[in-house]
Each structure stands twice: as structure tokens, then as C-alpha cells.
Design a protein around this ligand. Structure first.
Ligand code: PMV
Length: 330
């Protein structure tokens, strides 16, 4: 039986993407920048479905109807760009809690895109792969590459212009991300629905978009120069701007929990005690990701443990990009 399998790691945005342009091709309204994480990702196997519909399972369970809708709309969008016959079966296995704002969809669609590339023998390069991964999930485009990654977005950007690219970081940065898992539960509102609501109702959304290009370019320059403090400050600022746009949507959207704020406070305490050593970011969920340099990972984990705010703590150095594998899920 013909099969193709690929693995992709999750990524966490330092300069946040929030808001879409084109809902079918999923082009983002703003450029964004992320770090791909190591050892936290999704494995996807593609084969023929053997029936007259696509089929799909996640971690051994059948997809819900909403999940299926999302996968089918991705597969049909890919069919429009790269015509293929018949229907596909998609099996996946992830080391990330599903839909908890931990970039599970980013790693899923990046791995799926690489597996489809192999299965259909499309021979796409990283840039082209990132464009099809983006159709499944905006942030998935960035998981195609390892390390620090940029993704072009904009209010009038086209499918061809919206692709991801790797950024060569200054060695001085030596980054790591510590994840403080506040809750593993799935989010109450999908990022897709939340983005659309924010874009159409928040008076702050236009200001967020307007400031983004400056933040994006500055972050790239800072990554090349190797200033950890400037990168951390920019990341927190981008995070808070993104959440401010959601809180000011009508009705308001809030992903944080009281523990989220308590962990943010702990990060401020770390900086008071040790200087510019740790910065927070949150996505469409209550979990806090703490950016630090390798030398401070131990201290950040110790402080989180001492605080007893979270029991699930993971540390991830930068990880590699999506890759094809020879073993398959069954
Ligand atoms: O890729 P999506 O549609 O799951 O959106 C992800 C959006 C954030 O994680 C909140 C920010 C980002 O840039 O990853």
C-alpha cells in the first residue's frame, strides 16, 4: 500500500499572528515570527482512504465533525492547487495536548503538508510547502522550518506572497522556551472564530495591524544582532497587543485564567531579581510560554516549581523543521 509519513514540531510565535485576509487560502493579515520547538510535535501518515470520502483520526480516535470539516476543507483546497484523484486517509499522533493553545494544529498541518508532498510526489520546496501548510493553519507555515522563522502576511497579501522563511539567529541568543501548562483542556473558542470576531469588531485591531510590520522588522534585526532583552521586550509587547485586541472584541474574547496572570507576575519577579532573563507569551489559550536563554532554563523551572502554580512544566530548545519519515502510523 502506498503511504507517506512526516513529522513536524510545534512553534510558538514571538511576534504574533492574529487576523485573516482570505478565509479560504488562510492568508494572515499580519506578518509573524516564531521559534520552532524541539520534541513537541505531530506525526502524520497519508494513504488512500479506500472509500468515496476522506477519513481521518487523531491519536487513534475518529475526528469530531468540526475537526473533519477542517481537514476536508484543507484537502479540497490542496486538490484545487494540485489536482489528485480519489480520497485520502489521514492518521496522526501528537505529543501535544490537542487544541490547548500549544500549537498542535501548526505541527499537524505542517506534517500533513510534507506527507502529502511525498504521497503525491509534488516535490515542493520549503517555501511552497509553507504556503500549503498555511491553508490548514496560519501558524503551520512556520513549522515547516526549524529554529527562528518568519511568515509574511498583510491586508492585501496574495497566496504566493504569504510564505515562511528561516531566520539565521546570532549565536549569542541561545534561546529556549519553558512551557508552563496552566490547563490542558481544549479552548472554548477556536482561534479561527476568535480572529474573525476580533477583526470585525475590535476598535484596536487596525492599530494592531498597523504596528505589526515595524515589530516584525525590528524582531528580525534584533535576532540577527543577538539582543535577548530587546527580543523579549518586543515579544511581550506583541503578546499583550494581540490579547488587547481580543478583549476589546464584541463580545469580548479572553483565553487567560487567574493562574495565567500569576505566572506572568512570577516572570516579572524573575526580572526584578535577576535582570532581563525571562519574558512571557500566551496564545489562544491560558498556557504561558517563557522565553529565556539556555543558561537560565534551570532557574526558570526552579521558580515555577517553587511557586506551585503549575505542575506540568516543559523546556524546549529550538527544534528542527518538518521532515519525511520512513515508518508509518497504522
Ligand atoms: O494558526 P492558528 O490559526 O491556530 O492561529 C495561531 C495564532 C496564535 O497562536 C495565537 C499566534 C501565532 O502567531 O501563532
Amino acid at each position: 500500500m502506498k503511504r507517506a509519513t512526516a513529522y513536524a514540531n510545534a512553534n510558538i510565535a514571538l511576534i504574533k499572528y492574529w487576523g485573516k485576509n482570505d478565509s479560504k487560502l488562510n492568508t494572515p493579515a499580519v506578518s509573524s515570527l516564531s521559534m520552532t520547538l524541539s520534541d513537541l510535535g505531530t506525526l502524520v501518515t497519508v494513504s488512500a482512504s479506500g472509500s468515496c470520502a476522506h477519513s481521518s483520526s487523531i491519536d487513534g480516535r475518529p475526528c469530531t465533525s468540526d475537526e473533519m470539516l477542517r481537514v476536508v476543507s484543507y484537502l479540497e483546497q490542496v486538490r484545487q492547487l494540485f489536482p489528485y484523484e480519489g480520497f485520502l486517509q489521514i492518521l496522526s499522533k501528537s505529543s501535544i495536548p490537542y487544541a490547548a493553545g500549544l500549537a498542535s494544529s501548526a505541527s499537524y498541518f505542517a506534517a500533513l503538508s510534507v506527507a502529502i508532498n511525498d504521497y503525491l510526489d509534488l516535490r515542493l520546496d520549503g517555501r511552497e510547502l509553507s504556503k500549503i501548510a498555511r491553508i490548514g493553519s496560519g501558524s503551520a507555515a512556520r513549522s515547516v522550518f526549524g529554529g527562528l522563522v518568519g511568515l509574511y502576511g498583510g491586508l492585501s497579501i496574495t497566496h504566493d506572497e504569504s510564505y515562511a522563511f528561516p531566520i539565521v539567529a546570532n549565536d549569542k541568543l541561545d534561546l529556549s522556551m519553558v512551557l508552563a501548562i496552566v490547563s490542558n483542556g481544549p479552548k472554548a473558542i477556536s482561534s479561527r472564530v476568535a480572529m474573525n470576531a476580533t477583526k470585525s469588531t475590535s476598535p484596536f485591531f487596525a492599530a494592531f495591524v498597523q504596528a505589526q510590520e515595524r515589530d516584525f522588522k525590528e524582531a528580525i534585526a534584533v535576532i540577527r544582532e543577538g539582543s535577548f532583552e530587546r527580543l523579549g521586550v518586543l515579544m511581550e509587547h506583541s503578546t499583550l497587543k494581540m490579547h488587547a485586541t481580543m478583549w476589546t472584541a464584541r463580545p469580548a474574547i479572553n483565553y487567560w485564567l487567574p493562574t495565567t496572570l500569576a505566572v506572568m507576575d512570577l516572570v516579572y519577579e524573575m526580572r526584578k531579581a535577576f535582570g532581563p532573563v525571562a519574558y512571557f507569551t500566551m496564545d489562544a489559550g491560558p498556557n504561558v510560554k517563557i522565553l529565556c536563554q539556555s543558561e537560565h532554563v534551570g532557574m526558570v523551572i526552579d521558580k515555577l516549581r517553587e511557586s506551585t502554580l503549575v505542575s506540568d512544566i516543559r523546556s524546549c530548545p529550538p527544534g528542527s523543521g518538518a521532515q519525511s519519515l520512513s515508518g508509518h502510523l497504522s
